[in-house]
Design a protein around this ligand. Sequence first.
Ligand SMILES: [Zn+2]
Length: 103
Amino acid sequence: MKIKKGDTVLIISGKDRGKKGKVLHAFPKVEKVSVESVNLLKKHVSPEKQKQQKQGQKTGQIVEFPAPISVSNVKIMCPKCNKATRIGKENKERVCKKSNQKI
Ligand SMILES: [Zn+2]
């Protein structure tokens, strides 16, 4: 998989189309990535679980987290030319297909 954790990507399909964000996690086996502030799902944290983290807090809490999306729904933003691009590989290094620079 050519997209890695820490890359900035542009969402090209789905409800978050047009958003940009940083890749928080890459899941190469399933070809998915989770992207900051994209495809947010709500998860309820039970008081019991939370107690282990924060002593004394008794109410549950809703937390939002980015659910993984398919890499086919994103394009990498080239940090060198600042455009959504495709990546080529040259001698194991990633190369922007627009600017031909290593990224
Ligand atoms: Zn580029």
